[in-house]
Design a protein around this ligand. Structure first.
Ligand SMILES: [Zn+2]
Length: 424
């Protein structure tokens, strides 16, 4: 076997340890302990967790890193965020959107991100952000996969030019159909928008990802229409509901009917723990609802759930750092997924599961998969989440695209010998 690189002694997310990973021509050629082969380069990763890259299933790259433009969100609420974005939109330039997006992509790669699904607002008749992000997608393709969703932020029917703009964006090369049914004027308009958007996706053979029921209103049930339209149009396995926060507040009996309908339509779900925990429940006194969707119950019903970052330093969220381990960490807490299986599920929610939702080609750790890998300063997925571990090495198609030195601390404690400790 003629290999380009061997990583020796890796721990894998499934619990295997002491595994060698052989890489040739940008793909994984072998995964085995004690691999007998020659390679141009070898790296000792003994005891380190090696994983396929993080995948962010839900992001807004047109607004990212715009924090403070034109002003800060003083209340920290969703509504002031939407108003702020409305103030910023007419001032956007293509260059500024691209510059911010490219800066975010650099940050994402340094954090071991291999792919991002980003919504792009199409309710600006100039479609300036669409053009900018399509260009960013082309530029970053050698090191980061960017998938774009045509997102009518102001409502497909509520905004007079949204549908025409959405179709234009798809013609330009945006590949996923987005929507926001709970923001339409009435429940029936919301349901009609779900129907229309699914029909557009069916006609064009596209994936669907709607912002769906991002509300504390237990009667916001557009996810039911989404499951129904998915079945009616034969879109099984291609449709995702993002947020689904109303499910947090729904009646348990209704949810017991809804979950099997979602599983039957092979829907997937994306929760956004950082954003859901800060934006939902704002009209509550005490007790205050968490507002995140029912992650363990969805998984139990056979509906795959990914965790997205959603926002980073923009009108809606002034924090974040492109770190999906931080997202998984918040997910563990908000959903109380502290069981061993639960924490493993949370790690999958930022790796394997979003890769499936995005229909990424060649993602994984099997021979034949793309040699896109991240070496972490952690032994296993739980430690990775606990420490939000350093990304020591990020590989894309077998080539190193980012390196971070292992974190160590030198302690000078009075009355104690000097010592050097690793982060753990
Ligand atoms: Zn979103």
């Amino acid at each position: 076997m003629d290999l380009d690189l061997i990583l020796r002694g890796a721990n894998l997310p499934d619990g295997r340890s002491g595994v060698d990973i052989g890489i040739a021509d940008g793909r994984i050629a072998a995964v085995a302990p004690g691999l007998q082969a020659e390679a141009r380069e070898e790296r000792d990763v003994t005891g380190r967790l090696v994983t396929p890259p993080f995948v962010d299933a839900h992001f807004h790259m047109d607004s990212t890193l715009s924090l403070g433009q034109p002003r800060l969100n003083r209340s920290g609420t969703l509504l002031e965020g939407i108003a702020l974005w409305g103030e910023l939109k007419p001032q956007l330039t293509q260059e500024a959107v691209m510059e911010r997006a490219l800066a975010y992509c650099d940050l994402a790669v340094s954090r071991g991100m291999g792919a991002i699904r980003s919504h792009v607002d199409v309710c600006d008749d100039r479609l300036l952000a669409v053009e900018a992000l399509l260009e960013v997608k082309r530029r970053v393709a050698p090191y980061l996969t960017l998938q774009l969703v045509a997102f009518p932020q102001d409502g497909l029917f509520r905004s007079p030019t949204a549908e025409a703009n959405l179709l234009r964006a798809l013609d330009m090369g945006v590949e996923v159909v987005g929507g926001i049914p709970h923001f339409e004027r009435t429940m029936s308009e919301g349901a009609a928008s779900v129907k229309r958007l699914c029909e557009i996706a069916a006609e064009r053979g596209l994936l669907v990802d709607l912002h769906c029921d991002e509300s504390d209103d237990p009667l916001s049930r557009h996810i039911e229409s989404l499951a129904f339209e998915t079945q009616r149009l034969g879109l099984q396995g291609r449709v995702n509901g993002s947020h689904l926060t109303s499910m947090h507040s729904m009646d348990n009996y209704y949810v017991s009917k809804l979950l099997p309908l979602m599983a039957e339509a092979r829907l997937t779900a994306i929760a956004n723990p950082l954003i859901n925990i800060t934006i939902q429940g704002r009209h509550d006194s005490y007790p205050k609802r968490r507002g995140m969707t029912r992650v363990p119950e969805l998984l139990e019903a056979g509906v795959p759930v990914a965790f997205g970052h959603d926002c980073c330093m923009d009108p809606w969220y002034s924090l974040g750092s492109a770190d999906l381990l931080e997202v998984a960490h918040m997910g563990v807490h908000v959903a109380q997924m502290t069981s061993l299986d639960g924490m493993a599920d949370c790690f999958r929610a930022v790796t394997e599961t979003p890769a499936k939702i995005l229909h990424l080609e060649g993602y994984g750790l099997e021979p034949g998969c793309r040699a896109d890998l991240v070496v972490l300063q952690a032994r296993d997925p739980v430690e990775a989440i606990r420490l939000k571990a350093n990304r020591l090495l990020v590989l894309r198609a077998g080539r190193t695209i980012a390196e971070t030195p292992a974190q160590v601390t030198r302690l000078h404690l009075p009355g104690r010998p000097e010592q050097v400790v690793a982060e753990r």
